[in-house]
Design a protein around this ligand. Sequence first.
Ligand code: ADP
Ligand code: MG
Length: 270
Amino acid sequence: MSSIAEPTPLLSCRDLSMHFGGLAALDRLDLDVHQGEVLGLVGPNGSGKTTIFNVITGIYRPTGGSVAMEGRSLQRMGPQAINRRGIARTFQRSRLCLELSIFDNLMIGDHNRLNHGLFFNLFRRRRFEEELTAHVQRSKEILETFSKPLAENLFQPVSSFPMIDRRRIEICRALIGGPRLLLLDEPSAGMTHEETRQLMDDILDVASREQGITIIIIEHEMNVIRRITDRCVVLNFGQKIFEGGYNEMVNHPDVQAAYLGGTESNEEAA
Ligand code: ADP
Ligand code: MG
């Protein structure tokens, strides 16, 4: 991938800061993400990775700097408006409603398109029903990319599926509105190596099927980063300490000092 004469980045953060009292969770961060790439975001616990997602998606308002999508500022936009612009995410901790069906959970992910209000739904019932049918169809298509049994059990409660399927459902929920930028916050958390491998295959599938989709993935598992990312950014104390390819990253002394050493020993202790 060429790094010179790039077109306008899909997403660009400039001088981005997020302070919580005296703590700088993000400290004057510059970050560009280009259309179609899979960017790995890594760094030790507390380095500001999830905070970037919270700022990009409008959950937190940054205390400094700016975020723009295709050169247009996202400033002062709320989470729903940002989602309509084409940014969707999954959360580090699952936010599925376990008692509800897969379909209901996917509906929640597409409320931006489906919610016309009570009057519309009552008086334009035909149109509403058509939209629901289309939604069932779209849900099945997306689920099938991940797993056929999920698509076939659309109306079963999420609680009846194992962890890996729940993660798939969460990713489908983010995908259902057709985002151009997908933010994945530690999708492999709580899964076995084999489950993680399968899920990453699914994510690669999605990247190739949903043509042109751009992904930022936060991940501790270095095998995952190596396998699926085009480029990596490393954070430490809210600052970018490295940007480049996987091999260069794992051999970089600052990265080793900040991240690999610390995390590996933490994981061994855990
Ligand atoms: P990471 O995802 O890299 O583990 P986070 O972005 O969650 O790190 O957190 C970065 C730092 O910001 C941490 O020190 C965390 O405690 C702090 N932080 C995050 N969100 C808040 C908040 N809402 N209020 C106060 N501190 C926060
Ligand atoms: Mg986090």
